[in-house]
Every structure is written in structure tokens, then in C-alpha cells.
Design a protein around this ligand. Structure first.
Ligand code: VGL
Ligand code: ZN
Length: 200
């Protein structure tokens, strides 16, 4: 029988850890928790936020705009962020303590200048696929456990898309940390409970 459980580790990168460009409070605290959880999975997959230096989600690319404000993009509202996870930069690298050697797949996202991608499954137009769903389906990996950064952005969107695609989804909250912009952490918990996404 194939083992259908996979651990999906979202964006445990230097820029989301203290000292990084878009630091999430306590972000590095997930590293030992994720490593311990990963030891219990036969299938570990990582995602990596991976933006060109002139990415349209960066406030620096919008005249007069402040980080954490919102603009309207052709695909809908988009929060503007400090420059982060620039392709090839130290900030885009995985946290040095993250155990990456057992990962079967690293999926990069947000590499198109004109569109951001919070979710590991679809870009922020909510329809351009990353290919991850096909990979998981083809390999029979149907039960997903999600961990990483940030709870209320990339973990949230990935979990919601996974659930909508028919995967069974559990998010381990103690292996995540939130940005918590305008109540986004509580909104995430409410959304998970409405969608029957297990928050463990
Ligand atoms: C993320 C904001 C911008 C995340 C990525 O990984 O949650 N958040 N880019
Ligand atoms: Zn990003």
C-alpha cells in the first residue's frame, strides 16, 4: 500500500524569519517543530517564495506606495510587501536550520513579475496552476499536512486551495507563525473552521 500522506512545508525562508525583509514574529521558531514533524513523513515537499527584483507585489515598484497597503491589480486586490525573497538572494534561501535533504520536491512560486502567488497551488488570479496538484495526484499523495510561514497568507491560501481540490488537509498551528495584518490570523482560523480544514 502506498503511503498517501505528505508534509507540505510552506516558505520557511530567511526573509520570513527575524532579521529578514518580511520578518514574521517568531518565524524561526517553526524550524525545530517542522524538522521533528518531517521525521514522521515519508513524503516531504517544500515551497519557496521566489520573486524577481522588480516584482509587482513589492511596494517599491509602486510610486508613493507604502508596504502593507493594498492596490488593485488586473486579477484583484493585492497587498504590497517590502521587497522579499528575491530570486537567488540570501533572504530567499531556506532557513539554514531547516532539514531540506529529505524533500522530494521544491516548488517555487511568485516568479512572474505581474502576479503574486500566495498559494502553492494557484497564483493570485486564483486560476493559474503551479503544477503541484498534478504532482500530488499523480503520486497518490492525497492527505496533506501543512506547516510553515506565514499562517495567514501562504499557509492559508495553500490549505484552502488544497481542500477545494479535494485533498484532506490538516494545518499544524504550532508549526506556523502569522503576519497578522488587520486581524488576518483570526480570519484564517474562522475560514478553516468553515471549510472543515483541520487545525491541529
Ligand atoms: C508570503 C507575503 C508575501 C508568505 C509570501 O509566505 O506567507 N506572504 N509573500
Ligand atoms: Zn512573496
Amino acid at each position: 500500500m502506498i503511503d498517501n500522506r505528505a508534509l507540505l512545508v510552506i516558505d520557511v525562508q530567511n526573509d520570513f524569519c527575524p532579521g529578514g525583509r518580511l520578518a514574521v514574529a517568531g518565524g524561526d521558531g517553526v524550524v525545530p517543530v517542522v524538522n521533528a514533524l518531517a521525521a514522521g513523513f515519508n513524503h516531504v515537499l517544500l515551497t519557496q517564495d521566489w520573486h524577481p527584483a522588480d516584482h509587482s507585489s513589492f511596494a517599491s515598484q509602486h510610486e508613493g506606495a507604502q508596504p502593507f497597503s493594498t492596490v488593485t491589480m488586473p486579477y484583484g486586490p493585492q497587498t504590497l510587501w517590502p521587497d522579499h525573497c528575491v530570486i537567488g538572494s540570501a533572504g530567499a534561501a531556506f532557513h539554514p536550520g531547516l532539514e531540506v535533504s529529505r524533500a522530494e520536491l521544491i516548488i517555487r512560486k511568485g516568479f512572474r513579475k505581474a502576479i503574486d502567488s500566495y498559494s502553492a497551488f494557484f497564483e493570485n488570479d486564483r486560476k493559474t496552476p503551479t503544477g503541484l496538484a498534478g504532482y500530488l495526484q499523480e503520486r497518490g499523495l492525497t492527505r496533506l499536512t501543512l506547516v510553515g510561514l506565514a499562517f495567514d497568507y501562504c499557509v492559508r491560501y495553500s490549505a484552502e486551495d488544497a481542500k477545494a481540490l479535494g485533498f484532506s488537509v490538516t494545518v499544524i498551528e504550532r508549526a506556523t507563525r502569522a503576519i497578522d495584518l488587520d486581524g488576518s490570523a483570526d480570519a484564517t482560523r474562522r475560514s478553516f473552521s468553515e471549510r472543515d480544514i483541520v487545525l491541529a
